[in-house]
Write a protein that binds this ligand. Structure first.
Ligand code: AHG
Ligand code: MN
Ligand code: MN
Length: 334
């Protein structure tokens, strides 16, 4: 045990190095960690505790909610609303912003989360995750929805937990990216993947090919060139993966490189892309950039977008830098 660094120790030591550290942030993160441990336990128990299947309701985005979408949302809210560290929250599963109950003090941070990412995977026993993003809020104010609509570059922390064969947390506070594995025996996340870096070059892409007919020409061109392999302009063969869980795709890219696309989709003009900026694209963009990768809509850096709605969707292209830059160049040429 001697040299194992726990997530708590890591965060406290990292905060010590910062000039205005009050310890509040470490405590907030600890509450998120507690919530994610509970979610990990439930996901692992599955139908032994009756949590699989549909809830029979829809969220604000018209998506059918799984029982676990609702349960995990409640776990996150209940773990965070009483702490005194938050001024408000926003969740994929809740239409409006989530206010702090009157009886609790309000703090200086805002938490945004996707409590269960990849929830279509849950009933088929594949990887799911939780994504979160922390913003600073003016202290003592009752935040309005506009107070949440801040560019991704303003995030103070972003992370995700992957509930896979191991439960892992990946975290950035703007000083690189670190990965922690949940040691089930002692109930602690242990630093196992320090300073994660994405290889610049890759020959692996991830995209939902069933949407091909709805893609724009630059994406058609990029994927077509990959598929041509050694006989095409890329002069090498590509491999393809699609897990249908952003958390799992990003984790794979962090460990062995690759590029992920959920591009602009011409199916429905009201939905430019599928993924939501505030609690999916922005936290992943922060992590990916901190690990040396890049993240774009195809036309602009995700972290520079000024959001206009809590549940706003964006096209998303992320991963190994050279591939993302190539895809952006194709968009700019077109
Ligand atoms: P969520 O379960 O939070 O709604 O997110 C699912 C997302 C993302 O994780 C994944 O990359 C994508 O949806 C998969 O979409 P398709 O089912 O269209 O492939
Ligand atoms: Mn999601
Ligand atoms: Mn979700």
């Amino acid at each position: 045990m001697a040299n194992k660094v726990t997530l708590t120790q890591f965060i406290i030591e990292q905060q010590r190095g910062l000039p205005d550290a009050s310890g509040t942030f470490s405590l907030l993160l600890n509450n998120i960690v507690t919530a994610c441990k509970k979610i990990s336990h439930l996901v692992n128990r599955g139908n032994l505790v009756g949590v699989l299947g549909s809830a029979g309701s829809e969220n604000v985005q018209g998506e059918v909610q799984k029982k676990l979408d609702i349960i995990t949302n409640d776990i996150m809210v209940d773990a965070l609303n009483w702490t005194g560290h938050l001024a408000g929250m926003a969740s994929e599963e809740v239409d409006d912003i989530i206010t702090i109950p009157e009886q609790y003090p309000k703090g200086k941070y805002l938490a945004l989360f996707d409590p269960l990412d990849g929830s279509s995977n849950i009933d088929v026993n594949l990887a799911v995750g939780t994504i979160f993003s922390i913003l600073r809020c003016r202290e003592g104010v009752d935040p309005a929805p506009e107070d949440f609509l801040r560019k991704g570059v303003e995030q103070v922390c972003a992370g995700f937990v992957l509930y896979g064969p191991s439960t892992m947390m990946v975290l950035t506070t703007g000083h690189g990216v670190n990965g922690f594995t949940l040691d089930q025996d002692i109930g602690e996340f242990i630093l196992t993947h320090p300073n994660m870096k994405i290889p610049e070059e890759t020959s692996e892409f991830a995209i939902n090919m069933s949407n091909q007919r709805f893609w724009e020409p630059p994406v058609q061109r990029y994927i077509d060139e990959c598929l041509q392999g050694t006989e095409g302009p890329r002069e090498k063969n590509f491999n393809m993966r699609w897990i249908a869980s952003l958390v799992a795709e990003v984790y794979r890219i962090l460990t062995r490189g690759g590029v992920f696309l959920y591009p602009l989709d011409l199916r429905d003009p009201a939905k430019p892309g599928k993924l939501r900026i505030m609690y999916e694209a922005n936290p992943m963009a922060f992590i990916i950039e901190q690990a040396g990768g890049a993240c774009s809509t195809g036309r602009e850096r995700v972290l520079d977008i000024k959001p206009t709605g809590i549940h706003q969707r964006v096209p998303l292209v992320l991963g190994s830098k050279n591939e993302v830059e190539r895809i952006v160049a194709y968009h700019l040429e077109g």
